[in-house]
Design a protein around this ligand. Structure first.
Ligand SMILES: [Mg+2]
Length: 187
């Protein structure tokens, strides 16, 4: 079990917000971030959607206009991830196998920017995949609240059950950080 092999602190995100619309991208840029590695399902769109809506397209345009490079790094299959990425106009890595770091590493190889880890931020809705993979690579991360749980794959449901156990331990050992997570994330 992942939660036994890794230190609890590896599951704790650097920042927590409710949605990708609540991130202060200007501030991130000012802090030196240049590359965003974002999850797809339940972070950008729910499982039962396949295309970005106008609001999300505008957000991506805005993020690009600041000067960020965004790459979608998803555990989902190529067909779904590639069609979404082409509609929104950015690169992607499908079948990323997070919490393994392979997908994030592959994405970083494709970036035009230098690959300093301090320049990278990962965004995702799951502690056991998105956040753990980022921590393993020593990349900062932002946890968002999952858009919705309906239609999730069996392994995501399993991860959510395991996430609950991890959150209990975080609550005990890192009460301040837990409070921050709890305010933004369905615990
Ligand atoms: Mg997700």
């Amino acid at each position: 079990m992942l939660e036994c092999y890794f230190r609890l602190s590896k599951f704790i995100p650097t920042f927590c917000v409710k949605t990708v619309y609540d991130i202060d991208y200007i501030k991130l840029y000012e802090r030196g971030k240049r590359i965003i590695l974002t999850d797809l399902d339940n972070t950008l769109i729910p499982y039962d959607a396949s295309s970005p809506d106008e609001k999300l397209k505008k957000l991506f345009e805005y993020i690009h206009s600041i000067g960020f490079e965004i790459i979608i790094v998803s555990n989902n299959h190529k067909k779904r991830v590639s069609s979404f990425a082409s509609e929104i106009g950015c690169q992607y890595i499908s079948f990323a196998m997070k919490p393994f770091t392979k997908g994030y590493k592959k994405a970083l190889k494709r970036t035009k920017h230098k690959k300093e880890k301090q320049e990278v931020i990962a965004i995702g809705d799951q502690l056991l995949t998105d956040i753990l993979a980022a921590s393993k690579l020593k990349i900062d991360s932002i946890l968002v609240n999952p858009i919705k749980h309906k239609g999730e794959k069996w392994y995501t449901r399993l991860n959510l059950r395991r996430e609950k156990k991890i959150l209990k331990r975080i609550k005990k050992q890192y009460p301040d950080r837990y409070k921050e997570i709890e305010e933004n994330h369905e615990c």
